[in-house]
Design a protein around this ligand. Structure first.
Ligand SMILES: Cc1ncc(COP(=O)(O)O)c(C=O)c1O
Length: 392
């Protein structure tokens, strides 16, 4: 409202302040606010000025929009499989795939746990390829005290409503190279300005999401509806969240980032760290109680800090687990990331990515859940595991 009165909804000082605060937090020389994570990736490609047909290597298990975008821009996409601890790109698979023709490596940090970015950065550098980190899930995560988004030549973050920082869409590119940052800023400035109709739509969407995820509304309305849908035969895809085929689009993901969103982002940066700590505490409590019987996404290095945007378990009988847990009162999420090799015809198959897509189930550990409720969830998961088995 203040922004409306002051006329700073669309343009104002907050955008630059947000970029500076973000660059400072990640520990890079510059950052540029962008209309969405995928728009940021497109702007990075433009700033790099790559030849069409250049080789781009992506994680086989990731967000399908990423390889799809690279391919739609005319690049030749290749995949490196994931490893089954961090679920990120396997450095050995990258080493076997990369050649001197590879111009770009895109490494995705999934669900708040950084991938093996140090090894990946070394391999990319040895072949003269630009490393781009997909940090959509990883605000605040770090390896060896260095934040995700500060290892590559570029990183990009998403501020969509389900992400750690939510500015009703938008995102940020981080970069080691101020000149390229300026180039991206110029491209981002050319985007058409947004208007009040856009703002109204985004506020309505955010309000709707806040209402349906409110515990009271969820328990009385959404949960019974999910149980009803679960009883229908074709329900599997209904429970898949995030990516659906029609999401591979830039529609609604472009348009200049607004100063209003930047002011929301600046405010969130000030309050988010305690929330992330609470999320991590919940995740560790849940994982701690289940780790002997359930395989979780993890990292095996002491100096890695995760934000646990999503707690991620692997169950050979994932669909059965999801159904049983819903019956027991625990709502879960699956099929957010995909085996991207399925996107490309004539593509090799990637066993790690295929297994991850089949088996991953996200368990609830968001910051508002109390310790007692986490213990309750752990008991329900253990009960479902005892009934169905985990194959661990
Ligand atoms: C891993 C990952 N990368 C990239 C994106 C794209 O971000 P955006 O929706 O802001 O374009 C997403 C969005 O969910 C994502 O999860």
């Amino acid at each position: 409202m203040t922004s409306l009165v002051q006329g700073t909804l669309w343009n104002g000082d907050e955008t630059r302040q947000f970029e500076e605060a973000f660059a400072d937090f990640i520990g890079v020389p510059d950052a540029v606010a962008i209309p969405s994570g995928r728009a940021g990736l497109q702007f990075i490609f433009e700033a790099l000025g790559l030849q069409p047909d250049s080789d781009v290597i992506c994680s086989a298990f990731a967000y399908p929009v990423v390889p799809h975008l690279a391919r739609s821009l005319g690049f030749s996409v290749r995949f490196a499989d994931c490893e089954m601890e961090t679920l990120g790109m396997d450095p050995e698979a990258l080493a076997a795939t990369i050649t001197d023709r590879t111009q770009v490596v895109i490494a995705t940090h999934l669900y708040g746990i950084p991938c093996r970015i140090r090894e990946i950065a070394e391999i990319a550098e040895a072949h003269g390829a630009a490393l781009i980190e997909d940090c959509a899930h990883c605000y605040g995560a770090s390896v060896g005290g260095r934040k995700a988004g500060a290892f590559g030549r570029f990183g990009y973050f998403s501020f969509e409503t389900s992400k750690p920082i939510n500015t009703m869409g938008g995102g940020m590119v981080t970069t080691q190279d101020p000149e390229l940052a300026e180039r991206i800023r110029e491209v981002a400035r050319k985007e058409p300005a947004k208007n009040l109709a856009w703002l109204r739509k985004r506020l309505l969407k955010t309000t709707f999401e806040t209402i349906v995820t409110n515990p009271l509304v969820f328990n009385l309305g959404v949960y019974p509806a999910l149980r009803f849908l679960q009883s229908r035969e074709d329900s599997d895809e209904r429970f898949a969240s995030g990516y659906q085929p029609d999401e591979i689009t830039m529609q609604g993901r472009m348009g200049r980032y607004t100063n209003y969103q930047a002011s929301v982002g600046l405010n969130q940066m000030q309050i988010i760290l305690p929330q992330l700590e609470r999320r991590v505490a919940n995740a560790e409590r849940l994982i701690g109680q289940l780790k002997d019987s359930v395989k979780f996404q993890s990292h095996d290095v002491a100096d890695v800090r995760s934000n646990y945007m999503l707690v991620t378990a692997l169950f050979p009988q994932m669909q059965a687990m999801a159904r049983r847990l819903l019956e027991l009162g625990v709502d879960t999420k699956h099929h957010y990331m995909r085996d991207c090799s399925a996107l490309l015809e004539d593509c090799l198959s990637f066993p790690g990515a295929a297994q991850a897509e089949r088996e991953i189930l996200h368990l609830p550990a968001y910051p508002e859940i109390s310790d007692a409720k986490i213990d309750w969830i752990a008991e329900r998961v253990q009960q479902a595991v005892d009934e169905i088995g985990t194959g661990k």
